[in-house]
Design a protein around this ligand. Structure first.
Ligand code: HEM
Length: 402
């Protein structure tokens, strides 16, 4: 395989990135390639090196503190309205990150997630009630997407009547993070920001038992989230809260359909669901790569020079198939233990929503297998369309029959 001709953002690559990633681990563990706009990037593919990247203080999240004045001048112009969104904690380093994460921890608690169990179950049942009349359905748009999308909206407290609008706008925001953002989505993002500002005003006047109110009220040693930080936090939670879990449920279901023995094993013994979800996180790479990290100085990692400001990604989906850490890494084993996968990252940016994602996935898989025992693929695997994306790995649609 010619590793230099692979387009890592393409839908075609997303369908099966694993042979390419195996050859990177083997021969180019720090691989320089470029984005569609020609920006050079470095991909780190071995488990131990990805783990080290999460902890290496020579790499930072905030590009403004990594780049030279000259590099910053060359960055594409950001409309002023979007600048607050750069204040999201996944794009920041300590002490800003620490402060924001401490504040959100006060609001996004395990107690809040635990309270959602019955609601997630009833939603999974409702979604399947709606499709069981037909002979087939699209597992992504009828089940895997509306489940986490509705739950994160309900946790935030978005009024039911506004959810459709909210979904349209959030799709526009997500497309801004794609490799080739379209300028035509800007009005939608603008309307979304305006909507959220009004929503926060309303919650300030009339507090409710929801995450938006809790974030507005979260206070640590007299410190609170500013209006911009609140906006950035809600955007981050909303996007991270469903764009990832949809891929776990979608890719996971596809993996089970492709491995009927594993699917039967889980159907016959739903009590293995916890290890099964961990294995589907490892095996299906719903988040294929970490978000970007920038070299704070000219540096050498694994013998490769990365210049100051260089954009680096840890390839989670590759680390999780590293044979030096996982026995038979290309085998799906729903009772694999230990399973120290990196699907939720590591270190200070470890996924805040991991307990919610795990709970949603456990309920989604067990409910699907129980309610639709004869589930099968509605098309050939080769006909499935994957979403082009830098970081995420997920299907556009998954037609199934029963
Ligand atoms: C299967 C589902 C999910 C996967 C695989 C996933 C994966 C990840 C990964 C890999 C990171 C770290 C990125 C990095 O360090 O570059 C991360 C961070 C984060 N995730 Fe998730 N995530 C999932 C679901 C969720 C959900 C449901 C939420 C919220 C409701 C969420 C909220 C966040 C937030 C806020 C961060 C940033 C944390 C920080 O900067 O301190 N995620 N996630």
């Amino acid at each position: 395989m010619n590793i230099n001709s692979v387009d890592i953002v393409s839908a075609q690559f997303k369908a099966n990135p694993f042979p390419f990633l195996a050859s990177l681990r083997d021969s180019e563990p720090v691989f320089q390639t470029s984005l569609p706009d020609k920006t050079p990037v470095w991909l780190i593919s071995r488990y131990e090196d990805v783990l080290a990247l999460f902890r290496d203080e020579r790499f930072v999240k905030n590009r403004r503190s990594a780049m030279t004045a000259e590099q910053l001048r060359k960055l594409p112009w950001t409309p002023p309205m979007f600048r607050p969104l750069e204040r999201n904690m996944l794009d920041l380093d300590p002490p800003d990150h620490t402060r924001l994460r401490t504040l959100v921890h006060k609001a996004f608690t395990p107690g809040l997630i635990g309270k959602m169990r019955d609601r997630i179950q009833s939603l999974a049942d409702d979604l399947l009630d709606r499709v069981t009349d037909k002979r087939g359905f699209d597992l992504i748009n009828d089940y895997a997407l509306p489940l986490p999308m509705t739950i994160i909206n309900e946790i935030l407290g978005v009024p039911t009547k506004d959810r459709q609008k909210f979904h349209r706008w959030s799709t526009a925001v997500v497309s801004l993070t794609s490799p080739k953002p379209k300028m035509s989505v800007i009005p939608s993002v603008w309307m979304f920001v305006r909507y959220l500002k009004r929503f926060f005003e309303l919650r300030r006047r009339e507090p409710r038992d929801d995450l938006a109110t809790a974030l507005i009220q979260a206070e640590e040693a007299g410190d609170r989230l500013s209006e911009d930080e609140l906006l950035a936090m809600v955007f981050l939670l909303l996007i991270a809260g469903h764009e990832t879990t949809v891929n776990l449920i979608g890719n996971g279901t596809l993996a089970l359909l492709e491995h009927p023995a594993s699917m039967n094993q889980l159907r016959e013994d739903p009590s293995i669901i916890k290890t099964a979800v961990e294995e589907l996180l490892r095996f299906t790479a719903p988040v294929l790569m970490t978000t970007e990290r920038y070299a704070r100085e000219d540096l050498i990692t694994c013998g490769v020079n990365i210049p100051r400001g260089g954009m680096t990604f840890g390839v989670i989906g590759s680390a999780n198939r590293d044979g030096t850490v996982f026995q038979n890494p290309d085998e799906l084993n729903l009772v694999r233990e230990p399973n120290k996968h990196l699907a939720f990252g590591q270190g200070i940016h470890f996924c805040l929503g991991a307990p919610l994602a795990r709970l949603e996935a456990e309920i989604a898989f067990n409910t699907l297998l129980r309610r639709v025992p004869t589930l099968r693929l509605g098309v050939n695997v080769e006909a499935l369309r994957w979403r082009p994306s830098m970081l995420l790995r997920g299907l556009e649609a998954l037609p199934v029959q029963y």
